[in-house]
Design a protein around this ligand. Sequence first.
Ligand SMILES: [Zn+2]
Length: 268
Amino acid sequence: MDWYKVIPMGNGITAIGEPRYHQKNWSYLLCGSARALLFDTGSFYGDITQVVSRLTDLPLTVLPSHMHYDHLGNIHRLGNIHLPDLDVLRACATNDQITPNEALFLGATESRDAPTFAVSRWLPIGARIDLGNVTYDVLHTPGHSPDSVSLWCETTQTLLAADFLYPGSLYAQVPGSSLSDYLQSAQSLAAILPPQAHILGAHGGASDFDTATPPTLSPADLSALITTLTDLRDDPPEYHDGTITREVSGRMTLLFNTASMAGFDPDH
Ligand SMILES: [Zn+2]
């Protein structure tokens, strides 16, 4: 039984999905003419390296979108791992070996201990990753988590948004989530995305293996999120214990809590 669903998306992008996993993760292999980049390494339930080695012989760089356990599943099988140069990650590293702390990893959810792995390169935010005939810009997009990055390819007008944006329930109710950051990141993305941009997320699609497709969105979905976040900032809900749910659109719901509301200034 196949664990991974592999779907070529054009422009050297291959979506590698795990529709049988309850979180329905999607990682992305990005191939250029000279190098390949694996953006996220999936859950702990499969061996993604076998899929990647079937798909490309190019020298491979690995970049997790953030340190949550469901994106680091195969990190121990991979080398040449690059991480965004963020203080919150550097604080977990010694001599370029990193063990993400539980606030970043959240592995207790599935009884996972955080892995320790070598960081080959710390990528400055804004760095342009050159894969040969195509480049991807590293954008810092905190909100879901403080260490989240997205990748933007200007040539193909594709945004790999990871956990920042996907159809379904957006998680801004976990440790490290911030609605204020979410709004700021969403506004920065909206400023660079043309209306025809493609957005690929890291979770979602059908749970049936045969019909599962990668979660694709458009800048209209990003605009809907901005509207929801702006409304929440300007008219915050009464204090609640636990998770609060707000519908963003027919495709997305935002989960948040009092902790992730912190820093939201109603008077901006
Ligand atoms: Zn996450």
